[in-house]
Design a protein around this ligand. Structure first.
Ligand SMILES: Cc1cc2nc3c(=O)[nH]c(=O)nc-3n(C[C@H](O)[C@H](O)[C@H](O)COP(=O)(O)O)c2cc1C
Length: 60
């Protein structure tokens, strides 16, 4: 099975979390990590699991 971990990160904290999540998932899945602006729309169609993460900005 395949997983995609996609993240947005301004200062690098969310990227570190995304890479840690990916490292854990790699124990059981084939994992790709992508920055959101570098992720083609179709990328989610090829995977069984999508993990999406972004920083909280202005309470959202
Ligand atoms: C413009 C701006 C607004 C933010 N607003 C919030 C917020 O509403 N709540 C919160 O908990 N953190 C807020 N933060 C803190 C960020 O979520 C935090 O620094 C986060 O770790 C940044 O992630 P990044 O390093 O992946 O960019 C804000 C940061 C910025 C720069």
């Amino acid at each position: 099975m395949k997983a995609l971990v996609v993240y947005e990160s301004m200062f690098g904290n969310t990227e570190q979390v995304a890479r840690a999540v990916a490292a854990g998932l790699r124990e059981v899945l084939e994992v790709t990590v992508r920055e959101v602006s570098d992720t083609p729309i179709g990328a989610v169609q090829d995977v069984d699991l999508v993990v999406a993460g972004g920083p909280t900005h202005a309470s959202r």
